[in-house]
Design a protein around this ligand. Structure first.
Ligand code: FDA
Length: 393
């Protein structure tokens, strides 16, 4: 049986970074993955350019049953540490918006960097290997695979969540957690587009491809970013963000004219340009197709402003400044960027990511109940949690 100090399951963002970190300390490390390629999610992330971190990362950008859990790891391996690594590898990058850092060239550069770090310190990455069983033994762990058995003193679970099964996502991480007595908090798709009820879907289908500024809000959170109509429902950054705070059946409020008090604007215009048509005036702020769709749906008359009552202008303004939509659901794990919920952090050390129940067992990355906002935060959590485990395992 081959023997290693540390075996990491999952050659994704967290697994590769952890392997290199542990190997740099002189540990013998093996990374196992069933996929043909390492870091598949990294490769397709950020439209192929990988939004690898966010300059403004802070614990407030993460969702978890224990909001304090992520603090220690994030502070001990920060966005600046990862940026320094990217710079050492000569990877050119830029800020796109809101502190989001992307590669200038390709996400392949990030995977190559992680693989180079692994090989520099001698961590082995073994792909196309299925884990068939894991048991705790006197010397640590026995890992049974379709390529033979392996023994390890420490075992790091870095197999991610359930999002995008076509990229190799499986529930193995949650199953291993449960096998060793860990609680797994209910999981659901996050950073995911909304689907709409049939009537709304039909109504807004013709708006597919249209993007507008918005503030998406509910009782728990609020995000000012673009919203996109799709042929299935609603997407775009503001919708993806609020989806992580949404529960089935709830409405979502969309301000489609952020920062503009539309009622005040319309009443002023009614005095200045009484002969202007309401629909024409609205096109000053919103795309014609959207004005048309809303006018039809809410039966706004095609009147001159002079003939519009305060009540009508109030209704128009509140529809646009506070459009309430009740999603039918989400597109689910097929298109979700992340999985909310996961291994309960109460049973894991926030300093080392080691299990409090099972010595020598670690959980890092998305398998844990720590989920970042859209914008590079999820990768930063992968790097930070990986570093914490890599320093300890
Ligand atoms: P990750 O999913 O990266 O890796 C898990 C690994 O475990 C995979 O290699 C998988 O094959 C392997 N595995 C799973 N089951 C296994 C089994 N049974 N046996 C063996 N191996 C197994 N985040 C961000 O910050 N910026 C961004 O730009 C994006 N963009 C983005 C786009 C898309 C389309 C998606 C789906 C996601 C993103 N994300 C993102 C989120 C980000 O990709 C995600 O949070 C991290 O990859 C999580 O890192 P992990 O290492 O925890 O899991």
């Amino acid at each position: 049986m081959t023997q290693y100090d540390v075996v990491v399951i999952g050659a994704g963002a967290a697994g590769l970074h952890c392997a290199a970190t542990a190997a740099a300390r002189g540990r013998s490390v093996l990374v196992l993955d069933h996929a043909k390629q390492a870091g598949k999610k990294i490769l397709i992330s950020g439209g192929g350019r990988c939004n690898f971190t966010n300059m403004y990362t802070s614990p407030e950008n993460f969702i978890s049953a224990n909001p304090h859990f992520c603090k220690s790891a994030l502070s001990r391996y920060t966005q600046w540490d990862f940026i320094a690594l990217v710079e050492r590898h000569g990877i050119a990058y830029h800020e796109k918006t809101l502190g989001q850092l992307f590669c200038n060239e390709s996400a392949k550069d990030i995977v190559a960097m992680l693989m180079n770090e692994c090989s520099k310190y001698g961590a082995r990455v073994q792909l196309r290997t299925s884990v068939t069983g894991i048991s705790s033994v006197a010397t640590g762990y026995k890992i049974e695979t379709d390529q033979g058995d392996i023994s390890a003193e420490k075992l790091v679970v870095a197999c991610g969540g359930l999002s995008m099964p076509k990229l190799g996502a499986t529930p193995l991480g949650y199953q291993l957690a449960e096998q060793f007595g860990h609680r797994v908090l209910p999981v659901r798709a996050g950073l995911v587009p909304f689907t709409l009820h049939d009537a709304d879907k039909e109504r807004y289908a013709e708006l597919s491809g249209l993007a507008v500024d918005s503030v998406a809000s509910n009782q728990r959170a609020s995000f000012k970013e673009a919203m996109l109509f799709t042929h299935r429902g609603l997407s775009g950054p503001s919708v993806l963000q609020i989806s992580s705070y949404w529960l089935p059946g709830e409405p979502v409020q969309m301000d489609l004219l952020p920062g503009t008090d539309l009622f005040a604007e319309l009443t002023t215009l009614r005095q200045q340009r009484p002969r202007s048509l309401l629909r024409t005036v609205l096109q000053q702020w919103l795309p014609k197709r959207l004005v048309q769709a809303f006018s039809d749906q809410y039966q706004w008359p095609d009147h001159n402003l002079a003939d519009c009552s305060n009540a009508l202008l109030q209704q128009v303004a509140s529809t646009i400044n506070n459009w309430t939509i009740r999603p039918n659901g989400t597109e689910g794990y097929r298109t979700a960027e992340v999985t909310l919920g996961g291994v309960d952090t109460d049973e894991v050390s926030s300093k080392t990511m080691q299990s409090k129940l099972q010595p020598g067992l670690y959980f890092i990355g998305e398998v844990l109940d720590v989920t970042g906002w859209l914008g590079g935060y999820n990768f930063q959590w992968a790097w930070s949690s990986a570093y914490a485990a890599g320093q300890d395992a």
